[in-house]
Design a protein around this ligand. Sequence first.
Ligand SMILES: *Cc1c(COP(=O)(O)O)cnc(C)c1O
Length: 395
Amino acid sequence: MNARAGTLPDGVEEPRVTTAFTQRPTRIRVDLDAISDNLRAIQAHAGVPVMPIVKANAYGHGLVPVARHLQAQGATRLGVAFVEEGIALREAGITLPILVLGGIFGPQVGLFLHHDLELTVSSIAKLRQVEAAAEALGRRAAIHLKIDTGMGRIGVRHDSAGPFVEAALASRWCEIRGIYSHLACADDPDSPMTARQLERFLQACAYFERVGAPMPVRHLANSGGVLHFSGTHLDMVRPGILLYGVLPDAASRPAVPVRPALSLVSQVVYFKVVRAGGTVSYGATWTAPADTRVVTVPIGYGDGWPRALSSHGQVLVSGERHRVVGRVCMDQFMVAIGASSACNEDEVVLIGRQGDQEIRVEEVAAAAGTIPYEVLVQLNERIPREYVGADASAG
Ligand SMILES: *Cc1c(COP(=O)(O)O)cnc(C)c1O
């Protein structure tokens, strides 16, 4: 409804306010083709099925559009952290098997069954809760057994796996679809921890052979495992961050040819010259050493852009790298552009390419003193996401 409807002279069309104008000039651009190319590269490298992990809003890339694209591109299963994420996918029409990786709360078991979500069963007590709920609903539960081989998060300790596996095999109301564990140190190709975890995991899996039961799908490798430890690939791999074209750690080897899917762009909203001795932003922590050209960019920590980048992060303006000056505010931050010129509305690239320059999320994370995972997942819903690539308009 437009309040001015009917007030225009005959023949003059109502000005159309399109989404392009109502969206912020700050955008996340997601290249869906990069995600599916990365999926294929990971599949080719590992040689086993891939369960793409789409938890935490698909690592900031947008849960539903990414999941729809992966389903259209032939992914055979998805992984999320929470039952709520699984339900959101079901409500968006995703029909693939979905494994919820997180620990389960007894009162939520019914939700899993109702939405046909696979459960992670991480103790005999949880198994009993699942059995009771499944029996009450008259619906078998699809479960994956979780073994703790050294992560120390959830799961039955590897040296107590025998009774756990036997209890699960004896359960009439649970169908064992998989058995898995999680690697603690796979980001580091030189860590001896991964070999130890693999050995413990295989020992736990051996209980199935010992009792003559069919082996369920064994899965262990996160992105680090995919990259550095081929022995961990087993029957399926579970990459998250690598799917989005980002390496898990500065120590990681780029063993799989992937490319980043996400860029973060904004536009100059203000230009000025700060006189020598003038200060910028809260706390007046930055003082112009000489007359300095400064632009203001309309995104801040309220969008998830790290405040830790204050006075030392970099962005691309006019095809060159320029430094953040002063503190990052909730909704804006300032950049000194040196001798470059910039006009209002000029593009500012925070993550991604501009001309022959590129800022990768790994670099942003290092500058902010954190890991790429955190930078990606903090980019919140205040920033509109725009999708490019083959399936971009299919969703
Ligand atoms: C998040 C998660 C993954 C994916 O981890 P990446 O390091 O992003 O590849 C795999 N498995 C489990 C259990 C997880 O929680």
